[in-house]
Design a protein around this ligand. Structure first.
Ligand code: 9YT
Length: 128
């Protein structure tokens, strides 16, 4: 069994800061679970374009406040503590935080660790 503590991830290369957000990557591809698990802070006042064409992501907001706008229909989905959203259609979206949001994120396929969004909000496929 594997036990991971957030305090042991902070300050290592499993902590990735993209400016709008900082992602602490707790479980990764190399852990062979078939998914990755991240504890991510989305910073208040930010707006991030995200489009995970190559991944499915489920996000559980445990603190904070903001919204997701799905760009196919311009629908606004308010997000606050105790809310889950699942990008089951690889939804192209904008993520906005009005208060710092703490999110538990699960990715399938798993990330390998250092990914940051490209100019279209996409993470590359890790086909190694
Ligand atoms: C909620 C979300 O997708 N934020 C962007 C960062 C991502 N969760 C990650 O890489 O952990």
């Amino acid at each position: 069994m594997k036990v991971v503590k957030l305090e042991d991830i902070i300050g290592t290369d499993q902590e990735v800061d993209d400016g709008n957000w900082v992602s602490r990557r707790l479980i990764l591809k190399q852990d062979n679970m078939g998914y990755s698990v991240h504890d991510t802070i989305i910073r208040a006042g930010t707006e991030t374009h995200i489009w995970y064409k190559n991944h499915l992501e489920t996000v559980y907001c445990i603190e904070g406040e903001g919204e997701v706008e799905t760009l196919s229909d311009n629908k606004i989905h308010p997000i606050s503590a105790d809310t889950v959203y699942a990008l089951d259609k690889h939804d192209d979206h904008m993520l906005r935080a009005t208060k710092d949001m703490r999110m538990i994120c699960v990715f399938n396929p798993p990330l390998s660790g250092r990914e940051v969004h490209d100019e279209n909000g996409v993470y590359p496929v890790d086909d190694e």
